[in-house]
Write a protein that binds this ligand. Structure first.
Ligand code: FES
Length: 112
């Protein structure tokens, strides 16, 4: 597992971008739950945001791609509107221990 951040670095209702081992990630805290995805829109395989840490739609109910406006459910990453409807963001498995967020990066060396 790789340390992402401490849990209180992400405010509820907000998202943050990270780059770890050259992989771009987005973490969203939504209604007290944390979700971590690859920051990669399935439509064109490009990062979702245009401005740093701006990943959510106006009402903060969906992750929104800044390029063509695809909307993804925060809870499971499924695209529910836009050009890649039905596709999903790649989930990054994570674990919270002592208020620290650890993630399982594909291809990363695992640390115990
Ligand atoms: S690149 Fe994301 S919707 Fe087109």
């Amino acid at each position: 597992m790789t340390l992402l951040c401490s849990l209180d670095e992400i405010t509820d209702g907000e998202a943050r971008g990270f780059e770890i081992n050259e992989q771009k990630l987005v973490a969203v805290k939504h209604r007290g739950e944390l979700y971590v995805y690859h920051n990669n829109c399935p439509h064109r395989s490009i990062p979702l945001e245009w401005m740093p840490d701006q990943f959510l739609d106006f009402d903060k109910n969906f992750i929104q791609c800044s390029t063509h406006g695809a909307l993804f459910r925060i809870e499971d990453g499924e695209c529910i509107a836009g050009p890649c409807i039905g596709d999903r963001l790649d989930t990054i498995p994570h674990r919270i221990e002592a208020d620290q967020v650890y993630i399982e990066l594909p291809g990363a060396m695992t640390q115990k």
